[in-house]
Write a protein that binds this ligand. Structure first.
Ligand code: NAP
Length: 248
């Protein structure tokens, strides 16, 4: 695989594992992050140590200006864009809908949905053969929450991931003739910091015994599915949504 892969939220968790694996498969990788510059630089350092090419670019995916700058910077630093992994995503503290503020709901939708749409828009503008591009692949990171709904926890988050599933199907068909494949993965409970960021640092341990495989997933296990979907090995897969949820 060659060309530049952009991984929004590539500095930690599933995004970091994906950035490192994509680089091992030959992509030059642009690692986007929101706040944690040191974590992003550490991922870039690991890729470069292994002989790959990478850069770190700060930016909030909910900001149109930041997303446009992300793509321009990545292209200038690393070359033409061939892949996008729409990975940046947030949760919030466990709450019932009736207690959620408009600010919280708006932020959830802006980061998880609008951020993915904006990044995909920039990718299609560059990759579509209709626009003179060479084609490429997009993988959206959804969640099994899109199926489960997350009642009492974060129905806003689950709804945002349901939107990502529908977006995956629609965009896949919209650009199917233009050399771009669009797919999604739906992770289950994966061992990352996202649970602590939602105020539940012990969530993985608390749920472990309820999971079908009696264990959580590792970010690297999700990255394998993402990088397969990016690759030419998945050349006839588009509009697919793959659960990597350990049966959840
Ligand atoms: P994580 O460990 O919390 O990492 C989140 C990453 O996204 C970080 O690199 C963070 O950068 C970045 N980020 C957050 N807000 C951003 C924004 N507004 N703009 C740009 N980057 C932003 O998360 P994760 O668990 O790896 O989750 C990655 C994706 O998988 C998300 O879409 C999530 O919904 C999905 N997912 C996760 C699980 C799970 O159990 N972990 C399950 C299902 C789905 P900073 O560090 O700089 O803030």
């Amino acid at each position: 695989m060659s060309g530049t892969a952009i991984v929004p939220g590539g500095s930690r968790g599933i995004g970091a594992a994906t950035a490192i694996l994509a680089a091992a498969h030959g992509y030059a990788v642009c690692v986007n992050y929101a706040r944690d510059e040191a974590a992003a630089n550490a991922v870039v350092g690991r890729i470069e140590q292994a002989g790959g090419r990478a850069c770190a670019v700060a930016g909030d995916v909910a900001s149109e200006a930041d997303v446009m700058r992300l793509f321009e910077t990545a292209e200038t630093a690393l070359g033409p864009i061939a892949a996008l992994v729409n990975n940046a995503g947030i949760v919030d503290r466990a709450e019932r809908l009736e207690d959620m503020s408009l600010d919280r709901i708006t932020r959830m939708m802006n980061v998880n949905i609008i951020g993915s749409l904006l990044a995909a828009r920039e990718a299609v503008r560059r990759m579509s053969t209709r626009n003179g591009g060479q084609g490429g692949a997009i993988v959206n990171v959804s969640s099994v929450a899109a199926r489960l709904g997350s009642p009492g926890l974060y129905v806003d988050y689950a709804a945002s991931k349901g939107a990502i599933d529908t977006f995956t199907l629609g965009l896949a068909l919209e650009v199917a003739e233009e050399g771009i494949r669009v797919n999604a993965v739906r992770p289950g409970i994966i061992d990352t910091d996202i649970h602590a960021s939602g105020g539940q640092p012990d969530r993985v341990a608390a749920l472990r015994d309820t999971l079908p495989m009696r264990r959580e997933g590792k970010p690297e296990e999700v990255a394998e599915a993402i990088v397969w979907l990016l690759s030419d090995k998945a050349s006839y897969a588009t509009g697919a949504i793959i659960d990597v949820g350990g049966g959840r």
